[in-house]
Unconditional design. Structure first.
Length: 763
């Protein structure tokens, strides 16, 4: 939201007051209160008839400083984000000249009785600041609405990323972002997953602790600053010092909720019925058997909306006309080693018995007149489950547990964005504006917890579309309704990298695109999106009115699917180890290039390629011609999908443009990598410590180690490689079975068998 008319003037409808000085400061326990009036106080008379902002400075964790700006101290309705306060030691100093609070390496300084400023310093420099006239207490003269605003300075070359899932430019500088969850597809400025947190490449991130919609102007209204504002009388935010992106996300997720590691089987291929297609028990088994006949491993089968009766979504009851014996069908699918997912959402159609139950017991959101809040958008007479009512949560979970008892393994938690903000009454009195984005947290938590209670916490997983702060505790999330075009495929990656830069660990998307035209997706798009999808953390074929099985396209699509499913499954010892360690630290498995190569400035604006874990670079193909323009940082890079593709990149990095046939794309391993893989597994959740191949890529002189987890995410094995000149010593602990060593050196390959956990060889 813009309040000014250029740099010098305010818009005529707004009255804006700014702290002109910090008049005084007082320590209160581990907090520092700064009192900042809206004029300079030169005499006692200046203290009359003037407002002020009370600035509360605190620290919930080391290297994190909280700032709360309050005009009028009014009671705040729920909900609020669930935050963890670690109660760190802080150093507070107040004298006649200045006040400061230090937490770890991060310090905030406020001069007293001078022109207002509030600076944040770490690593021997100022990282950001709230300068004179940056803060605003704002009233709209025309409608009486009140706003609080902050502006934090940007460095000359500072880039801003994050703010949830955004499908435009990956770098947010110059953009206006309103963090309000909406069902707007992937081709607009709206987003399903809004997170009021941004991360910079200047060593810090900022989390705005407001669940209601927050308006961000990122170097837009004021090109030197990131502005954020809300409607209300107070505004709270946290500055988080890293200095690396990994450390920033670690501290952010320690504050807002740790990333949950999904079960290993969820990393395999998911196949769905698609949305508007006709499907029944026979159709489902035809597709599952078709994948088996073509030797394409499958880990999850998903039933989309029409597993339920028409006009009764989401009543959580099988359509027995199409699925007369769902328990028998689920068991048949399980017998093939495949998990079962079913589609749900929290909107309850009036025709369903579930609506009648919810209305009778008060389990649905109401209007101020006492009636159920309803509309006809999506399903006729939709009502919304009120997750602020503990009894409603138990009722809803009871319905889910019946499905889990039938053998369902997980749920696709669709929707949760179109939640009423006006004329809405919640059981616990929550503010509808604050509840709007937070609703998805409650919805997915209720679902995730139900699965965890029945299956166990380490086996719980959802496939969610909407999200907000803290939703990283309930993975996995997918990118929503994209178009079946190459441009939309690229936009989807931008949205994913933006989302994964916002404190989330795992992400997926609809392979082939969701929205179909008369003849889409084309075979070439399907094949290229398959490669991208199977080189993402989670992989799902899904669409609207066209089945997404590969044989519906061409023979090469079948070969392509088989190739990249097998590649992903073979990489699971590496992927699941990276996933487990990254989740523990609060980092994503897929990550932007600059996360791994922060010192290489060329990587800071790259959005059409990414790192899959710390060691593998992926550059999807976004055109039918098969041309890829991609960047390699300095070092040696070796392809794991195409023989004889090897690069030695000098200092400064290198841009390349290459053509790739339909079965190939750049999937490159960086030097000094120990990659543990296994050939031809049937599913994703096998024993990652048995019968593996230890692949060594251009190892550096000295000792390099890597851990390998088991299929539960626990460290179970270790590989140690010692290189002295051309001589290699490889030691392992925890690995068993048939072990092979493959050394990749300057594009050449040498293979050795390993016995008794020790091998020595020379190149």
């Amino acid at each position: 939201m813009k309040f000014t008319n250029g740099y010098w003037l305010d818009k005529k409808e707004y009255q804006i007051n700014h702290p002109e000085e910090a008049f005084t400061a007082e320590q209160e326990g581990k907090e520092l209160n700064v009192f900042a009036p809206y004029k300079r106080i030169n005499g006692r008379g200046d203290e009359l008839n003037i407002g002020m902002t009370t600035i509360k400075l605190s620290s919930p964790a080391e290297d994190v400083i909280g700032v709360k700006l309050t005009h009028f101290d009014q009671n705040q309705k729920e909900p609020s984000f669930e935050l963890t306060d670690q109660h760190p030691d802080v150093d507070i100093h107040v004298d006649d000249q200045a006040a400061s609070l230090q937490s770890g390496h991060l310090q905030v300084n406020v001069p007293l009785r001078q022109e207002f400023a509030m600076t944040f310093n770490a690593g021997g420099k100022e990282i950001t600041a709230s300068r004179h006239r940056a803060q605003g207490e704002i009233t709209n003269r025309e409608n009486g609405k009140h706003y609080m605003r902050e502006q934090l300075s940007l460095g000359v070359d500072t880039h801003v990323y994050g703010l949830g899932e955004r499908f435009g430019n990956f770098v947010k500088n110059g953009q206006e972002v309103r963090t309000i969850n909406k069902d707007g597809g992937t081709g607009s400025d709206q987003a399903y997953k809004n997170v009021p947190f941004y991360i910079t490449d200047d060593g810090y991130g900022v989390f705005v602790n407001q669940p209601e919609p927050v308006d961000f102007e990122i170097a837009s209204e004021n090109v030197d600053r990131v502005q954020f504002s809300i409607e209300g009388q107070s505004l709270e935010y946290f500055v988080i010092y890293g200095p690396t992106p990994q450390e920033i996300l670690h501290k952010y997720t320690e504050l807002t909720g740790k990333v949950q590691l999904p079960p290993s089987w969820s990393f395999g291929l998911w196949l769905t019925t698609s949305f508007l297609t006709d499907y029944s028990e026979q159709t489902v088994m035809k597709f599952i058997n078709g994948m088996e006949e073509r030797h394409i491993p499958l880990d999850v089968f998903h039933f989309d909306c029409f597993w339920q009766r028409d006009f009764e979504w989401s009543n959580l009851t099988w359509n027995n006309d199409e699925f007369p014996d769902p328990e028998k069908l689920i068991q048949e699918i399980h017998n093939k080693g495949i998990k079962v997912c079913v589609w749900i959402n929290p909107y309850i159609a009036q025709k369903s018995q579930m609506f009648k139950e919810g209305k009778e017991h008060g389990y649905l959101v109401k209007r101020t007149d006492g009636n159920v809040w309803q509309w006809d958008l999506w399903q006729a007479g939709n009502g919304f489950i009120d997750f602020t009512n503990p009894d409603a949560v138990k009722w809803y979970q009871g319905k889910l547990k019946k499905l889990l008892a039938m053998g369902v393994d997980c749920f696709k938690t669709d929707f949760g964005e179109r939640i009423p903000m006006e004329d809405a009454v919640y059981f616990d009195g929550s503010d509808p504006k604050r509840e709007h984005n937070y609703y998805t947290y409650q919805y997915n938590k209720a679902t995730f917890d139900a699965i965890a209670e029945v299956k166990g916490h380490d086996k719980a997983v959802v496939f969610a579309r909407s999200a907000t702060v803290g939703s990283q505790k309930f993975p996995v999330h997918w990118g929503g309704d994209c178009l079946s075009t190459f441009k939309s495929m690229s936009d989807t990656l931008h949205g994913g990298l933006s989302f994964l830069s916002s404190g989330f660990g795992f992400w997926s998307h609809d392979i082939g695109g969701f929205e179909d035209g008369p003849d889409t997706p084309t075979a070439d798009l399907y094949k290229r999106w398959t490669q991208f999808g199977l080189l993402s953390s989670h992989s799902r074929y899904h669409g609207s009115d066209v089945y997404r099985v590969p044989w519906n396209f061409d023979d090469e699509a079948v070969e392509n699917s088989r190739k990249y499913v097998n590649l992903k499954l073979s990489l699971m010892p590496y992927l699941y180890t990276q996933a487990a360690h990254s989740a523990h630290y609060g980092n994503p498995l897929m990550r932007p290039m600059w996360f791994e190569f922060n010192q290489d400035y060329n990587t800071h604006t790259i959005a059409n390629q990414y790192m899959l874990g710390s060691q593998i670079l992926v550059a999807p193909v976004f055109n039918p011609e098969g041309n890829v323009h991609f960047y390699l940082p300095a070092g040696k890079w070796t392809s794991i999908v195409q023989a004889d593709e090897h690069y030695e990149v000098p200092a400064g990095g290198q841009w390349l443009t290459k053509h790739y046939d339909e079965l190939y794309l750049p999937v490159l391993v960086r030097d000094n990598t120990i990659l543990v893989t296994r050939d031809h597994p049937e599913h994703a959740d096998y024993d990652y410590t048995k019968d593996v191949n230890i692949q060594l890529f251009d190892m550096h002189e000295g000792t390099t180690k890597v851990q390998v987890v088991d299929k539960h995410g626990n460290d179970a094995a270790e590989v140690v490689v010692i290189r002295q000149g051309n001589h290699f010593t490889v030691k392992t602990t925890g690995l068993s079975g048939d072990l092979t060593i493959t050394a990749h050196e300057n594009g050449q390959v040498k293979t050795e068998q390993m016995d008794n956990g020790m091998s020595e060889f020379a190149l």
